[in-house]
Design a protein. Sequence first.
Length: 200
Amino acid sequence: MTEAHIGRLVAASLHQAILDILPQRLDFYEEWLHPDGLRDGSIGLAPITAVISFLRTEGDAYGRVMTRAGSLAAEWTVLSMPAMSRRFVSALPRPLRARAAMRIARSLIRDVHSLSSAKTRIRRDVARIDVKASLFCVSRERQARPLCGFYVAAALETFSRFGLPAQAQIDQCRAMAAGTCVITIKFSDARVEDDPALAA
């Protein structure tokens, strides 16, 4: 059986988000997000799970940290692309650009946790992301609010980086007793044309 692993970007983005939102708590969280592990990418599932669990006890700061971390992960993902690839995607017609940006967002989501997967679809001016086995939404007790804000922020930032501003809502969350996390994204300016080829 293949051992689950955590993407390196997740630990780095969580660390920076905690520094930005909860700087007074950084020393506490560096017990798990320690600098050596951040440098060599050795931070695994157990430390990340501990960090997420403790962040849930921080009240409203949990959502702000996850939003910041998701945005950072998307920003760093796009900036790490070869400049020529970024320019190519940015120059595509809007429907194809939306498809390309969705693929980038889907890849980022899959890289968060090796056991996670994401199905995506774009129809007209609405995109849908279905995340299976969300790392952030594992909970022993049913939650009153969704916990998958990381993915929402990551998707919105990815679209924004390619000139596709949008708004999002979480329709289902694993932490609220749903089977998967379902995120609906609506593009907020010009319409993305309906094209069967945009289903991914």
